[in-house]
Write a protein of this length. Structure first.
Ligand code: IPM
Ligand code: MG
Length: 378
């Protein structure tokens, strides 16, 4: 039976970079004989324009029935006056929540060809390979009560609730320990347990879980220090695990270490290994429609989708989804796509965001074509 990918390009540069990822998917299907069907849907501002809401019931049903979702980016100034409950970003948050995509894997890996593009000194980032495991369906993003209320004196007050259950902490900790076990066997849990009770509980539960992972060295760091350490000495980290909001912030920071946020893919998985795959970057409305965006994070997200959600025999529950995959066609295709991206960088092609002296600056479509070319002619 063919496997199903739902493609949700979203807003801003989303459609442009998605077009390139789909070119690459077609080439991979051709070369590796993959049996994959693609369906398409609207999300974010594009869905608001069409249906009045950022995620329609039909799109959510398509998402539930797919093996993997390839997501672009959402948001833009056009929808800034939407009420909070109907902003483009809600489409993304509803998908994460409805499909219970609690485990967000955000690798920050430096392609050696891009060491010069980082804002940090090359020697600080050469060889960088961090995995941020971000809890994605809880914490302050989803906690109730939330809102803006008017006090007796007429002043308005905004409030959100930072809340985590033990079970939510335990399941994300497990994913992080399993991932660490398959990598450098070091896990740093990031919290603010000197101030926030909820993250005191986070630390307790992570420590309790570590009893099952004696082979993984566990450390803890307050989030402010973690932010500083990421730019001071990023290579000290192997796997980091943290809650939703801290993970949002730290993953942007880690992304920049790799030269450009335009390079980083991510995976959001549930216990059934269904997953949504998206670039870490946003919709970049300022450069949308100008053939300037870097499509590589979207293309690398496709590779992750093939590996984690489409390849047979990988499961988040036993950690096998986090290991190097079996020799299934999808795994081989994923590797070939990653290799093609690296080959394109070797050839000196760069989009503006990763450009440096002596490189050939190309547009979004040319970059996608170059990846296809390397994939088909490797
Ligand atoms: C991300 C984004 C989203 C988040 C936004 C678009 C809702 O910043 O995936 O990191 O905050 O999670
Ligand atoms: Mg973010």
């Amino acid at each position: 039976m063919s496997k199903q990918i739902l493609c949700l390009p979203g807003d801003g540069i989303g459609p442009e970079i998605m077009a390139e990822a789909l070119k690459v998917l077609d080439a991979a299907k051709l070369r590796f004989g993959l049996d994959i069907e693609v369906s398409h849907g609207l999300v974010g501002g594009a869905a608001i324009d069409q249906y009045g809401v950022p995620l329609s019931d039909e799109t959510l049903t398509l998402a539930r029935n797919s093996d993997g979702i390839l997501f672009g980016a959402v948001g833009g100034p056009k929808w800034d006056d939407q009420p909070m409950a109907n902003r483009p970003e809600k489409g993304l948050l509803q998908l994460r929540s409805a499909l219970d995509l609690f485990a967000n894997l955000r690798p920050a890996m430096l392609f050696p060809q891009l060491a010069d593009a980082s804002s940090l000194k090359p020697e600080l980032v050469a060889g960088l390979d961090i995995l941020i495991v971000r809890e994605l369906t809880g914490g302050i993003y989803f906690g109730d009560p939330r809102g803006v209320r008017t006090l007796e004196n007429g002043e308005r007050e905004g409030y959100n609730t930072y809340v985590y259950r033990e079970s939510e902490i335990r399941r994300i900790a497990k994913v992080a320990f399993e991932a660490a076990r398959k990598r450098g066997r070091r896990l740093c849990s990031v919290d603010k347990s000197n101030v926030l009770e909820v993250t005191g509980l986070w630390r307790e539960v992570v420590i309790a879980e570590s009893a099952s992972y004696h082979d993984v060295e566990l450390s803890h760091m307050y989030v402010d220090n973690a932010a500083m350490q990421l730019v001071r000495a990023p290579k000290q980290f192997d796997v980091m695990v943290t809650g939703n909001m801290f993970g949002d912030i730290l993953s942007d920071c880690a992304a920049m270490l790799t030269g450009s946020i335009g390079m980083l893919p991510s995976a959001s998985l549930n216990e059934k290994n269904q997953g949504m795959y998206e670039p870490v970057h946003g919709s970049a409305p300022d450069i949308a429609g100008q053939n300037k965006a870097n499509p590589l994070a979207q293309i690398l997200s496709l590779a992750m989708l093939l590996r984690y959600s489409l390849a047979d025999g990988s499961s988040l529950a036993d950690g096998s989804a986090l290991a190097d995959g079996s020799a299934s066609g999808e795994n081989i295709a994923a590797e070939a796509i990653e290799k093609a991206v690296s080959d394109v960088l070797d050839k000196g092609y760069r989009t503006r965001d990763i450009a440096s002296d002596g490189c050939q600056v190309v547009g979004t479509a040319e970059m996608g074509d170059a990846v296809v070319d390397c994939l088909l002619n490797a």
